[in-house]
Design a protein around this ligand. Structure first.
Ligand SMILES: *Cc1c(COP(=O)(O)O)cnc(C)c1O
Length: 233
């Protein structure tokens, strides 16, 4: 499969317009919100087009895929590890991302701290919060956040959440709660908002939005040698 670059460019322009409008509605500056392109569904070749289109923050939700793409793409890219990180993958993952978004247990937080000490590096992380309290979701309960005082190499910069995959307006209370929690803790960042709810997340204070499908929809085009499967026009 190759990619329809014109469609990718158009998708990105549409997203940028929607981000700008949401920022305007909320009285925020465009520079207050960082767009992370989630490249988990596309190849490294496609991901490599994004910096040329002005998107230098890329996100992956699986460590192995992060390792693979980071090795294949320019070092100037700012990588975001947005998915669950298993402890046995910390060592190899730690040197890559500028931010680890989904630290979802005290055990993981401590393991990252230990590895960061071992590797003599600092790492920025966000705590994943299960705002809605759904049993199926990972993350800290808002009332059970970890003690951050012992950390030396791990810098907790903010909070992250996954909202419900339902209609966007129903995500708003989740985002509002996460923001209130962030403010209470005196932290800076809020990673919230995906393709179906990013405008509401921006209105509620997101500083990172993580977008996949809205950027890549319709961009798969048959390669010249292909048989026309999977093209969407
Ligand atoms: C896949 C993924 C996204 C992007 O989802 P879309 O709905 O495709 O925009 C965002 N965050 C995480 C953690 C993901 O795994």
């Amino acid at each position: 499969m190759s990619i329809d670059i014109a469609r990718l460019r158009a998708n990105l322009a549409g997203v940028e317009e929607r981000i700008a409008a949401a920022c305007a509605r909320a009285g925020r500056r465009r520079t207050d919100v960082t767009l992370i392109a989630v490249t988990k569904t596309v190849s490294a070749e496609v991901a490599a087009l994004l910096p040329e289109l002005g998107v230098i923050n890329l996100g992956e939700n699986r460590p192995q895929e992060l390792w693979r793409k980071a090795a294949a793409l320019p070092a100037s890219i700012r990588w975001h590890m947005i998915g669950h990180l298993q402890r046995n993958k910390i060592e190899r993952t730690l040197p890559i991302p500028s931010l680890i978004h989904a630290v979802d247990s005290e055990r993981l937080l401590e393991a990252i701290e230990a590895e960061a000490i071992k590797q003599n590096r600092s790492i920025d992380v966000l705590l994943e919060v299960n705002v809605s309290g759904e049993a199926s979701k990972q993350g800290f309960a808002p009332t059970a956040l970890p003690n951050l005082s012992g950390l030396t190499r791990v810098k907790v910069r903010g909070l992250m959440t996954m909202a419900m995959l339902q209609d966007a307006e129903r995500c708003r209370p989740t985002f509002t709660s996460l923001r209130a929690l962030r403010d209470r803790l005196g932290l800076e960042h809020l990673s919230m908002g995906m393709s179906n709810d990013f405008e509401i997340a921006i209105e509620e204070g997101a500083t990172f939005i993580r977008l996949g499908s809205v950027l890549f929809e319709g961009t798969a085009s048959p390669s010249p040698s292909g048989r026309g499967v999977g093209g969407e026009g």
